[in-house]
Design a binder for this molecule. Structure first.
Ligand code: ZN
Length: 458
């Protein structure tokens, strides 16, 4: 599909509601990212080195937190030359941010130039952070770039099957509400709790709205696909493409979603702090990192190259509140080789999800909690939903929502599965519940580990 900047710019100018400086700004960024995604690898790396240098000098000069941190590490940003030099700096943790918020903000920005945002912190309390206004444009542009990889374009309709309606509502003033509905042509379906009644409504609303693209929490999309298939619904909407985000997408989930909706699933990974981190192209072989906006490292202290490692991110463009070597609690693996799509942006695979989502078997194997939970639900007919909670190395607690097919046979089947998947020595307790609520951010957690899983990763 051709990207005609003139045509898009004209569209904005014609529409008085959106002829604001903000719009032209992110379109300019988008135009650049459309070109830079095909730059040779060396050119992208040079952009990263240049931006890193600028960010390091800026942070040292304007953020008291980094002045102290660089000095303590005997790190001189003036001498910065290569990615390896960054290793001298310690990682930035969520608690670093929680404890040093004011010292992380750049003194060269007024508070009014910063946009406040929030995510889940390490202790369950929210993590507050800021980004400057300019960063908003590049965040938006990198999202648009990925949306366009699916064939979608500005002006096309999309439906968001999203965990928390509040995610949108709280940010929306009347202007942006109008923009969401009439300009962005976006429909939001709240999936924070999914009931049969709600899914029936989704079927009808999607049919009448007829969007090109769905953007959805992976688990919500999967549950919706299952609902359509298990209830033999024939008259439902099929979009041209689906983007899944915010949660781990397993191979089984992807296969079912693609089968039911007869289109490709493009997975993507991001976090509130930095926006899109990496996203899949139509090759579906790993996610291309948004390398012009972020420098992504995999923690070198991991025990081997192929083992999942903690993801460390430096935001190359948030000068308002720099995040340098920020360690988010997700695990990734680098994908080697060229991608057939022609983009030379490096690729990443998310390994099983968040650190706390991994479970450990009785014989010390670390397994993806999400994948295990899906096997459970898929292999036992009487389970509608499950959540596995690891209390100790040899103790699992299972929260189970019964399905209509639950019989006296079901519980022995569950017990057999615990033995098969986690080993004979795994003790367990079962609790039957009416529903498994999503977390405060609207995500559904397949599994929760209450032990230190990293100890078992090798
Ligand atoms: Zn590709």
């Amino acid at each position: 599909m051709d990207f005609d900047i003139q045509q898009i710019a004209a569209k904005f100018l014609l529409d008085p509601l959106f002829a604001s400086y903000e719009k032209s700004n992110h379109i300019e960024q988008l135009e650049f990212y459309e070109r830079s995604q095909y730059f040779p690898k060396e050119q992208v790396e040079q952009i990263q080195i240049d931006l890193l240098k600028k960010m390091l000098l800026h942070s040292y000069k304007h953020c008291p937190f980094y002045t102290k941190r660089f000095d303590a590490a005997s790190f001189d940003p003036v001498k910065f030359q290569s990615f390896d030099d960054l290793q001298k700096l310690p990682v930035l943790t969520k608690s670093d941010i929680q404890n040093n918020l004011n010292e992380l903000k750049a003194s060269s920005y007024n508070q009014s130039e910063l946009i406040e945002n929030k995510t889940g912190g390490s202790t369950g309390s929210p993590l507050l952070f800021y980004h400057d206004r300019k960063r908003l444009f590049s965040r938006k542009a990198s999202t648009y770039r990925h949306d366009r990889w699916t064939g979608w374009d500005i002006g096309y309709k999309s439906a968001y099957l999203w965990g928390h309606h509040r995610d949108f509502r709280s940010q929306l003033n009347w202007k942006s509400k109008i923009r969401a509905e009439f300009y962005d042509r976006k429909m939001v379906l709240d999936t924070s709790d999914i009931t049969t009644e709600k899914m029936t409504t989704f079927v009808n609303e999607l049919l009448s709205f007829n969007p090109f693209l769905y953007v959805a929490y992976a688990n919500a999309m999967y549950l919706f696909a299952r609902f359509i298939k298990e209830n033999n619904i024939e008259n439902y909407h099929r979009p041209e493409a689906i983007i899944t985000s915010a949660e781990l997408l397993t191979g089984e989930q992807r296969a079912l979603i693609e089968e039911v909706f007869e289109c490709k699933v493009y997975n993507r990974y991001g976090c509130r702090e930095t926006s899109i981190v990496a996203s899949e192209c139509s090759m579906q072989k790993g996610m291309h990192i948004s390398a012009e906006t972020l420098f992504v490292e995999l923690d070198k202290s991991a025990k081997s190259e192929s083992a999942p490692a903690k993801i460390i991110i430096t935001d190359l463009l948030n000068f308002g509140m720099p995040l340098i070597r920020y360690r988010i609690e997700d695990m990734g693996v680098a994908v080697e080789g060229d991608c057939d799509c022609g983009r030379e942006l490096p690729r990443l695979d998310i390994a099983g999800g968040r650190v706390t989502d991994f479970l450990v078997t009785a014989d010390s194997r670390v397994v993806s909690g999400a994948a295990m939970t899906i096997y459970f639900v898929a292999t036992v007919a009487g389970i509608a939903q499950a959540q596995l909670i690891q209390k100790a190395k040899d103790e699992l607690h299972l929260k189970i929502v019964k399905s209509k097919k639950f019989t006296t046979e079901t519980e022995p089947e569950i017990e057999q599965n615990v033995k098969n998947f986690f080993g004979e020595k795994m003790k367990h307790t079962i609790e039957y519940v009416d529903s498994i609520p999503t977390t405060a951010s609207g995500k559904y957690r397949f599994s929760i580990s209450e032990i230190d899983v990293l100890e078992f990763l090798s």
